[in-house]
Write a protein that binds this ligand. Structure first.
Ligand code: FE
Length: 336
């Protein structure tokens, strides 16, 4: 019943659109309205192109794209985490886009090697610690948090969240499966308490002294500190001392791709190109305290104040490619 309704809705959509095909783009977005609407308004103002959008969680949106098939009204799919974008590409919900503009604006490690999705903002998944209990010099790499010196001092978010699946997938790509499993087992052995449902709760536990250190996405740190500037929390950039390509802070993206059955393909590509442009990148990243994906664009002052870091340059597609293995590994290691 649901899919019939969806088909009917799509058919109406198409009839309604046929007169002005090039003048609109339909976006399915797992990013919140408050994060995308200001951008879309700016785009419409500049180009006259209308953007219709539907927001939901990535799972329901991908299910909807799949159910609608070639009748989908969606031209663009937008979501967070390379693991999710990789999944959408694997399920054939996206199509390759050959754009010189996107290739020039988005660094290679932040886009799909098959050109089906492109990073539009960057978030680092990094270490946050309690300044009253830890000195920055005591911290090192993600793998060091497996050292027994952190026994009963580590808090983590649940392994059910794609962010941690991506982090562990990227670590597998860097260290191989066996070493990564050892590291994750070490983390589990060091947990002060059960994993938390979200990054903010993990940081609040660190601030409250329940544990000393955690691993979170940078924008959650930014949001929490904006609300409660007196919390004794600080950011640490791990893995900065190694010389190989795999060294560096693990980064992930929010991004987008053109849908397999886009009705306004050219307009959809133009929108993605604009989103990657210097003009749009600040607006896109700053509103969520993220880093611009386009390296020509400077981060917002709040974000820049956290200091510069060297990112891990392994392609974020690895987060998706190794996701299933990462989930099994975390399960074996007892990371709940
Ligand atoms: Fe998030």
């Amino acid at each position: 019943m649901k899919s019939l309704k969806a088909v009917f809705f799509s058919a109406l959509f198409m009839v309604g659109n046929s007169a002005a095909q090039a003048d609109e783009v339909v976006v399915y977005s797992a990013r919140n309205e408050q994060l995308i609407k200001p951008l879309f308004d700016a785009y419409t103002k500049e180009t006259g192109v209308q953007i219709k959008f539907v927001t939901d969680k990535e799972g329901p949106l991908m299910a909807r794209l799949k159910a609608e098939g070639r009748n989908t009204p969606a031209d663009v799919f937008m979501t967070v985490d390379a693991g999710n974008l990789w999944q959408a590409a694997r399920e054939d919900l996206l199509k390759p886009v050959n754009s010189k503009v996107l290739a020039a604006n988005i660094p290679e490690h932040l886009r799909d090697p098959g050109n089906e999705w492109f990073g539009l903002s960057v978030r680092a998944r990094t270490v946050v610690y309690n300044r009253n209990k830890v000195k920055a010099g005591e911290l090192g790499a993600y793998e060091d948090l497996a050292n027994p010196k952190w026994k009963a001092r580590l808090c983590l978010r649940t392994s059910k969240k794609v962010y941690n699946q991506s982090l562990v997938g990227m670590m597998m790509s860097e260290h191989g499966e066996d070493k990564t499993e050892q590291i994750v087992r070490g983390w589990v052995a060091n947990l002060a308490t059960d994993p938390f449902p979200d990054d903010t709760k993990a940081m609040e536990a660190v601030a409250a002294g329940l544990c000393d250190v955690t691993v979170v996405n940078t924008y959650y740190f930014g949001r929490l500190i904006e609300k409660k500037p007196d919390l004794p929390l600080a950011i640490f950039w791990p893995n900065q001392n190694l010389k190989n390509k795999a060294a560096g802070v693990h980064v992930n993206i929010s991004g987008a791709g053109v849908t397999r059955h886009a009705k306004h393909e050219a307009a959809a590509i133009k929108l993605l190109e604009w989103l990657s442009s210097e003009k749009a990148q600040n607006l896109y990243a700053d509103v969520n305290l993220e880093y611009p994906a386009n390296p020509k664009v400077k981060a917002d002052a709040t974000v820049a104040a956290w200091g510069a870091f060297k990112p891990n340059l392994i392609n974020v597609a690895q987060a998706g490619a190794l996701q299933a293995k990462a989930v099994m590994l975390m399960d074996r290691a007892g990371y709940k």
